[in-house]
Design a protein around this ligand. Structure first.
Ligand code: SF4
Ligand code: SF4
Length: 348
């Protein structure tokens, strides 16, 4: 007899900071490929709790305007996956363990999987099964499919997960527990209307207009575009031709995610704009998100300083090479210039 129920777990998760909570019985993994079947991670688990955390619309604003690129990769991406989500995971795990239920808190982070999380390919030569019959470590739990199994929404044409609350704006975290909790039904609604705005706005040319992939999950057939994952990996860094990167070199990483400087121009921003216009999601805003067409950078023009910068900085001698601060950090901030040319292991 359980000493916690689904209602209490959900209320607690929301109090802790989750925006969405869905519960799937582990039996919904039936038919999943062995390498992606969470039951091999925790054979005694009875339930998978999937938490959703909204990506604040404001984290996309700076990229929409072309003036602040660090906010989305940090607050809209990494901080949700690596800071905020894990805090809620830990605290919900404490609740369940205090009641005597073993619980695995799983953050959305890529690492040692036997399946490449970007391409979905098996990594030959990477690991060995720990015993006969077991999958190769690490088993990769597909977070979007987990969210589907927990009834939180659907996977859109773009392959981005869409919920009735936030459309494409959320990230997920998972708990596997041996508490048997009342499951949520699979989402039977329709959010994606195949408008294909995600395709036309994808600067990575990664989303197919017509070709699709179909998979059967928990007895339901799901379909999304035949995504080119490597084109997406490149596109996410500023478009296929860096047309969405105003930076002359590589952008520094924020918690390792700094490369997401296109702010999901097509698959998140265009979809969000479309769903808000259709008013088919719950989290709507007083003001429209998009007030001007998407900007592009003309790289055929030579790099030059704008008149405002010339007037304000150049004329007063306050111009430096972009490498100056990096050099300062390496040489002076760590004191390496005072060590007779010895290499500082912290920075070299
Ligand atoms: S932009 Fe349109 S086609 Fe693409 S996922 Fe969103 S609703 Fe579906
Ligand atoms: S993240 Fe960017 S490059 Fe990748 S599919 Fe979405 S819009 Fe295209």
């Amino acid at each position: 007899m359980n000493t916690v129920n689904a209602k209490e777990v959900k209320e607690h998760a929301r109090r802790l900071g989750a925006d969405l909570v869905g519960i799937a019985p582990m039996s919904r993994f039936e038919g999943a490929p062995k390498q992606m079947d969470a039951r091999y991670i925790f054979p005694g688990a009875k339930s998978m709790i999937v938490l959703g955390f909204r990506i604040a619309r404001g984290t996309l604003r700076g990229i929409e305007e072309g003036t602040l690129f660090s906010n989305y990769p940090s607050m809209g991406y990494a901080a949700l996956n690596q800071v905020y989500g894990p805090m809620v995971l830990w605290n919900l795990t404490r609740l369940l363990e205090d009641e005597g239920y073993e619980t695995i808190p799983m953050l959305n982070a890529n690492g040692g999987e036997a399946i490449n999380p970007v391409t979905g390919n098996f990594r030959k030569g990477w690991s060995r099964p720990a015993a006969d019959g077991k999958p190769y470590p690490d088993v990769l739990v597909h977070f979007r499919l987990a969210a589907y199994l927990a009834g939180l929404g659907e996977i859109g044409w773009s392959k981005v997960f869409l919920t009735p609350e936030f459309g494409p704006r959320q990230r997920f975290a998972i708990l596997l527990t041996d508490a048997e909790l009342e499951p949520d039904p699979i989402f039977e609604g329709k959010i994606c209307d195949r408008c294909k705005a995600c395709v036309t706005h994808c600067h990575g040319n990664a989303i197919s207009m017509d070709e699709s992939v179909k998979v059967t999950v928990a007895g339901h057939e799901l379909e999304w575009n035949k995504l080119d994952p490597l084109a997406c990996e490149k596109g996410i860094q500023g478009g296929a031709n860096r047309e969405l990167s105003p930076f002359e070199g590589e952008y520094p990483r924020m918690y390792g995610y700094g490369r997401a400087i296109e702010g999901a121009c097509g698959c998140i921003r265009a979809c969000m704009v479309h769903l808000e216009e259709r008013r088919t999601i719950k989290n709507l805003f007083k003001n429209k998100f998009r007030s001007s067409p998407q900007w592009e950078i003309d790289r055929s023009k030579p790099y030059e300083l704008t008149p405002e910068v010339v007037e304000f900085y150049e004329k007063s001698g306050k111009i430096e090479d972009f490498e100056a601060y990096i050099t300062y950090n390496k040489r002076d901030n760590y004191g390496t210039d005072k060590t007779d040319g010895k290499v500082n292991p912290l920075v070299d």
